[in-house]
Design a protein around this ligand. Structure first.
Ligand code: PHE
Length: 456
């Protein structure tokens, strides 16, 4: 039997999995969610959601993946003994697959913005940036091309396998991402009036706390940690028997939070410095920010040019490492279930997700008729994967681990078969089981019902 691939080092485990978690969610979604939901209050609630709910859900997926030592669908099947719980695994793979194409479209926009910054096209008045983005997203050719390019780059990494592809790329990309982040944070925080942005991020105004803020933070924490898309489970199947699941989950969550907060520190001080409100929603990154950078560094246009370029490179790297993990979910599935070579499986995934991506992109306005009930395919993918599949897979995984899988198996994985036997770990194990059994499913259920207006 061929030995199963695995990550070669602890650092590889952390950087690859943190690469999955750190993505557009941190640099794009987190800042605008924080901006719309009161800044510091949102961040505090967010951190609590990560610790109390996100980390236990991550550990649950790690347990399934490492125990199964196979792709997500097979891993759930092994642990459930072939009962209908197996379906959660298939749903996870399907969610990962569908989201790959849609995520690639946004990643493609980032690449296009790198190119536009490089050739000096990202310069003009505020109206210009708006037109630029609208024209790009509704163009029939360019965004499709960039989507295929970023999926092609992902393919080139994935086809090299787990250690030589994913792990090696993560070890290069993640430190680069950190360095870029620190450079831009530095530049943003020395601008005049930057302290107002810093205050907005760190000084909580409790009057802003509403149920919306709480639910937004909860949803964002799951999305940002890549929960319920098969990614964590697939990567955990490449962990070694000695990988400490609790410690790894905590370190990955810490990196993820740190990057999100640094992304805030990159954006808000610059935005406040030029008097722009940071609550412009999803267009924050593509429309507001290029303008903010341009204005903030208007006395030194070269610096503005460099910061804008570095920012979009950073965004593209973050997207790429997440895309790798999404791609790997389907690649591992096809490779193992359909007995195809890894390279062929990766190619099948690249081609099929490029087609999905192309349709999503064209549905943004380039081609009429790619809408269902008035929503573009792009929005449908976002809705079905993020608002329906994600909560369902997350909820069922908690119920599965908390109530169905025999506790000695869960405990065996949690404690590395008894190697982690200090009192602290035993206590942590009981806290983990309590959270996964009761608190996490309840919280997920609440977000799920709330988003359909069933809970006011
Ligand atoms: N966690 C990623 C982000 O923050 C998004 C993602 C979700 C990636 C699910 C993989 C799987 O952007």
């Amino acid at each position: 039997m061929v030995e199963r691939a695995n990550f070669g080092s602890k650092l590889g485990v952390i950087l690859a999995t943190a690469g999955s978690a750190v993505g557009l969610g941190n640099v794009w979604r987190f800042p605008y969610m924080a901006g719309e939901n009161g800044g510091a209050v949102f961040i505090m609630i967010y951190i609590n959601c990560v610790v109390v709910l996100g980390i236990p859900c991550m550990i649950s997926e790690f347990i399934v993946g490492r125990h199964g030592q196979s792709n997500t669908a097979r891993a759930y099947q092994k642990l459930s003994g072939g009962t209908p719980w197996t379906l959660i695994g298939y749903m996870g793979v399907l969610t990962g697959f569908l989201i790959t194409g849609y995520y690639a479209v946004v990643s493609g926009w980032c690449l296009q913005y790198v190119w536009a910054s490089l050739i000096g096209h990202l310069q003009g008045d505020p109206a210009y940036f708006k037109t630029y983005f609208t024209e790009l997203s509704t163009d029939p050719v360019k965004p499709v091309l960039w989507t295929v390019i970023i999926l092609g780059v992902t393919y080139l990494i994935i086809e090299h396998g787990v250690r030589n592809g994913i792990e090696r790329a993560s070890k290069m990309l993640m430190p680069t991402l950190f360095i870029l982040l620190l450079i831009i944070v530095g530049a943003s925080c020395i601008l005049p009036n930057a302290d107002k942005g810093i205050e907005f991020l760190f000084k909580p105004d409790w009057s802003k706390l509403t149920a919306e803020v709480f639910l937004g933070a909860l949803g964002q924490s799951f999305y940002s940690l890549s929960i319920a898309m098969g990614c964590l489970c697939t990567y955990a199947s490449y962990f070694s028997r000695t990988t400490n699941l609790t410690r790894s989950a905590s370190q990955i969550a810490l990196i993820d939070c740190l990057v999100a907060i640094l992304a805030g520190l990159m954006i808000f001080p610059a935005a406040f410095s030029v008097g722009v409100n940071p609550d412009s929603g999803p267009s924050l990154i593509f429309i507001t920010l290029p303008n903010v950078f341009q204005q903030a560094f208007s006395s030194l246009p070269v610096v503005g040019y460099c910061i804008s370029l570095l920012f979009f490179i950073l965004l593209s790297l973050a997207a790429l490492t997440s895309l790798m993990s999404l791609h790997e979910v389907s690649t591992a599935f096809i490779h193992e279930e359909m007995r195809m070579s890894r390279k062929k499986a990766a190619l099948v995934v690249t081609i099929s997700t490029s087609v999905i991506g192309a349709f999503c992109s064209l549905s943004m306005g380039a081609v009429d008729g790619l809408t269902i009930f008035g929503k573009s395919l792009f929005d449908w993918f976002d809705f079905i994967t993020g608002q329906i599949f994600l909560p369902i897979v997350g909820f069922l995984t908690c119920i599965f681990i908390g109530w169905f899988v025999p506790h000695h198996i869960v405990r065996g994985e949690f404690t590395n078969n008894g190697d982690l036997r200090s009192r602290r770990y035993i206590r942590l194990f009981y806290i983990f089981i309590f959270l996964v059994k009761y608190i996490c499913p309840l919280a997920i259920l609440v977000i799920f019902l709330h988003q359909f207006g069933l809970l006011k």
